[in-house]
Design a binder for this molecule. Structure first.
Ligand code: ATP
Ligand code: MG
Length: 406
C-alpha cells in the first residue's frame, strides 16, 4: 500500500476526550475514527488489525471444533422476555418499530442461539456442538470511554457449546481456556486466568482473561503461582498470603478483561425448552457453555500494553503491515530504488506500507512511522546508497543490509 493513497491521515493533536492511550494513538494514527462516545469507524489500518485478530480467533476456535455462523443483531422482544433479561439487563438497547413492535439490539446471543439450537439438537447423537460468530454487539454502557476498551457498539467473538453431560462441558471448558491463552499470546498479550462471578448469566463462577495494565478498569488479586480473583468477588485482599501456594503475598493489579468464559448450566435450556433424548431414552436438558472475546477491546488492549511516547508498537501477528518502507529526501534515485524494493517485497508476499509521499518532510515521515508502529521499518535515503536501513520499532539498533539480504 502506498501511503500517498491511504484513506486516512495522521494527526499531531489529540482529541479533547482522548483520555486513554489507545484512543489517542489509534485516532491520531488514523486507525479508527470516533463517531460519538463508544462508537467507532474502522479505517483501513485499523480494519486490517481487526481482521488479523479475528483470523487468529477463528483459527483457535476452529481448532476446538467451533463452527462459524453469523446471527442477527436485531432480536425480537419476546425472546428476551422469556429469559427475563428484557427487564433485568440494564445495558440492553430497546427499540420500537413504526408499527410499535419492540426489538433489542443484541448485547450477547443466548436469546438467539438457544432457540436455533432447538431446531438442530434432538438426540445425544447431535451433541456436543460448538458454534461461534464474530458479531457487532450493542450495549447501553453508562460510561463509554477509554477508546476501544468500552464501546456502545463493539465487536465480540461469542462461542456457545452444547453438551449432554456436565463432564463433557467441563472438558470442553478446560480446552477453551487453552485456546483462549493461545489467542492472547498470539496477540502479544499475557492474559491472567481469573476467577470471577457469573455476571448477569449465572450465579456460578466464570473465568475472565485479564491483561495487567495501568489503564485497566478492573482490579484483580493475583499471585505468581497463577492464583487470580477479580476484586468484585474476591475472598482475598492485597497483602494476604496466597490461599493456593501458601507462600507468596497477594498483589492487587489493574487490568483489562479481554475474554470471559461461562458455564451457563441449563438456565437457557429451561427457558427455551431445549432438550435431547439420551441413550437410555430419557429426555434431558442440554448443558450450555458460553465463551466471549472482545475483539475490538483486544485491539485497544494491545495498544495499551505495547506503546512508547512516540506511538504504538504492534506485535508481529496483528500488525497492519509487516514492513514500513520509508523513502527520505525528495530524490529521484531514492524513489526509484524504493519502488523496486516495494515491488520485490510485495511480489514475495510481504505486506508493505510504503511512505512514498514526496511532499512530507523526513521528520514527519519518521514520526508517522513511530506513531503507526509497524514492527519493521525500512529506510531508503540519499545516505543509504544502494543499501537499506532496517530498524525494529521496539528496538534502537539499526542494521544496514542489501536488497538481497533483506
Ligand atoms: P465489563 O465487565 O467490562 O463490562 P462484561 O463482563 O459485561 O464486560 P461479557 O458479557 O463478559 O462482558 O462480554 C464478553 C467480552 O466482551 C468481555 O470479556 C470483553 O472483552 C468484551 N466486552 C464486553 N463489554 C464490552 C464493551 N462495552 N466494549 C468492548 N468490549 C466489551
Ligand atoms: Mg465479563
Amino acid at each position: 500500500m502506498k501511503q500517498s493513497q491511504l484513506f486516512s491521515k495522521t494527526s499531531k493533536t489529540s482529541e479533547a476526550d482522548a483520555t486513554s492511550v489507545n484512543h489517542d494513538f489509534l485516532v491520531r494514527a488514523g486507525f479508527v475514527d470516533q463517531l460519538m462516545a463508544g462508537v467507532y469507524s474502522y479505517l483501513p489500518l485499523g480494519w486490517r488489525v481487526l481482521h488479523k485478530i479475528s483470523d487468529i480467533v477463528r483459527e483457535e476456535m476452529d481448532a476446538i471444533a467451533g463452527q462459524e455462523i453469523f446471527l442477527p443483531a436485531l432480536h425480537p422482544k419476546e425472546n428476551w422476555v422469556k429469559t427475563g433479561r428484557w427487564e433485568s439487563m440494564d445495558v440492553l438497547f430497546k427499540i420500537k418499530s413504526q408499527s410499535d413492535s419492540e426489538y433489542s439490539l443484541g448485547p450477547t446471543h443466548e436469546e438467539v442461539i438457544v432457540p436455533l439450537a432447538k431446531k438442530h439438537i434432538n438426540s445425544y447423537r447431535d451433541l456436543p456442538k460448538a458454534w461461534y460468530q464474530i458479531q457487532t454487539k450493542f450495549r447501553d454502557e453508562l460510561r463509554a470511554k477509554a477508546g476501544l476498551l468500552r464501546g456502545r457498539e463493539f465487536l465480540m467473538k461469542d462461542l456457545y457449546s452444547f453438551h449432554a453431560t456436565r463432564e463433557d462441558l467441563q472438558a470442553y471448558y478446560e480446552k477453551s481456556k487453552q485456546a483462549y491463552t493461545n489467542v492472547f499470546t498470539r496477540c502479544g498479550l499475557d492474559a491472567i486466568i481469573t476467577e470471577a462471578s457469573g455476571g448477569s448469566f449465572t450465579k456460578e463462577f466464570s473465568h475472565e482473561f485479564q491483561v495487567a495494565t495501568e489503564n485497566g478498569e478492573d482490579l484483580i488479586f493475583t499471585c505468581a503461582c497463577g492464583f487470580s480473583q477479580n476484586k468484585e468477588i474476591a475472598k482475598v485482599g492485597e497483602g494476604d498470603r496466597c490461599p493456593r501456594c501458601g507462600k507468596e503475598k497477594i498483589k492487587a493489579v489493574k487490568s483489562i478483561e479481554v475474554g470471559n468464559i461461562f458455564d451457563l448450566g441449563t438456565k437457557f435450556s429451561k427457558d427455551f425448552d431445549l432438550k435431547f433424548t439420551d441413550e437410555d431414552g430419557t429426555s434431558k436438558e442440554v448443558i450450555i457453555g458460553c465463551y466471549g472475546i472482545g475483539i475490538s477491546r483486544l485491539m485497544g488492549a494491545i495498544v495499551e500494553v505495547h506503546n512508547d511516547e512516540a506511538g504504538m508498537i504492534w506485535p508481529e501477528e496483528v500488525a497492519p503491515y509487516e514492513y514500513h518502507l520509508v523513502s527520505l529526501g525528495d530524490n529521484d534515485a531514492v524513489y526509484k530504488q524504493s519502488e523496486e524494493v516495494y515491488e520485490q517485497l510485495t511480489k514475495s508476499g510481504k505486506e508493505v506500507l510504503w511512505d512514498d509521499r514526496r511532499e512530507a518532510s523526513n521528520g514527519e515521515k519518521l514520526g508517522d512511522a513511530d506513531l503507526i508502529g509497524i514492527p519493521t521499518r525500512l529506510v531508503i535515503s540519499p545516505k543509504t546508497g544502494d543499501k537499506i536501513e532496517v530498524k525494529k520499532r521496539a528496538e534502537k539498533e539499526i542494521k544496514i543490509v542489501s536488497i538481497k539480504e533483506l
